[in-house]
Ligand binder design. Sequence first.
Ligand code: G1P
Length: 297
Amino acid sequence: MSGRKPIRKAVFPVAGLGTRFLPATKAIPKEMLPIIDRPLIQYAVDEAREAGIEQMIFVTGRGKTALIDHFDVAFELEVTLRERAKDMAALEPTRIQPGNLATVRQQVPLGLGHAIWCARGIVGDEPFAILLPDELMIANADGGPGCMKQMVEAYDEVGGNLISVLAVPREEVSSYGVITPGTSRGALTEVRGLVEKPKVEEAPSNLIVSGRYILQPEVMRTLEGQEKGAGGEIQLTDAMARMIGAQPFHAVTFAGKRYDCGSKAGFVEATLAVALEREDLRDEVRAIAQRLLGLTT
Ligand code: G1P
């Protein structure tokens, strides 16, 4: 164990309107869209839990209460399942200790940096994690750690600020935060610079920020007087960029798979990939996929 403050809190920015998935997201939050039988938010909360994080902080907005209900006790459902002697195991992951789910409303959609800043009172003066539920991070089937767990392990070693990164084809960098990499050692790369949604020709690399962060509380003060950046939004990336040099800053390359569930094709890919990894579905889904692709009759 290092002498560092442990990462006990995770912030989940979930206030977005999910316009890319309309009409599915007209009445339900996009984070409730399921990959098979678990909503996206469940995967993110499970990943945080696996990393030893206890307190979940949702930055929400109007129309997002289903996210909170999902992690509440569903009294009628539990009574009915019990009466019918049905297995309650499916509800197990939705249990959060009383007091360990806090919510705060973003009120106005001013950007990711603003969403994180809205959680400042609950985060307080300790390092914390951020998980963007759109980015689905699946650990390798060999039982390796999830992305946040891998990051917490790296944090115990180097401290400071950490982000997860991955390489994408160069023409895709303009949709993401991009790093200027320094020296690398194993999965750790020093971060020398950060820029949000650069033009392809101006991007410092093809290594993008992939939605997992461990940040020092000073980022909240940096966000305080933050001006608007890319897309007219208050960007977390800009605040992080200002912290480089003052505190250690590293990128972690996740040893696992990442699916961009903010896009429709990415969502379908994630569904298929998770199904093909699950023992209860693998064979059936493989046969279906082969038939659909005309590989078998
Ligand atoms: C956000 C971050 C960006 C990051 C991306 C990952 O962008 O601002 O740095 O690369 O998430 O998905 P958004 O998807 O909100 O535009």
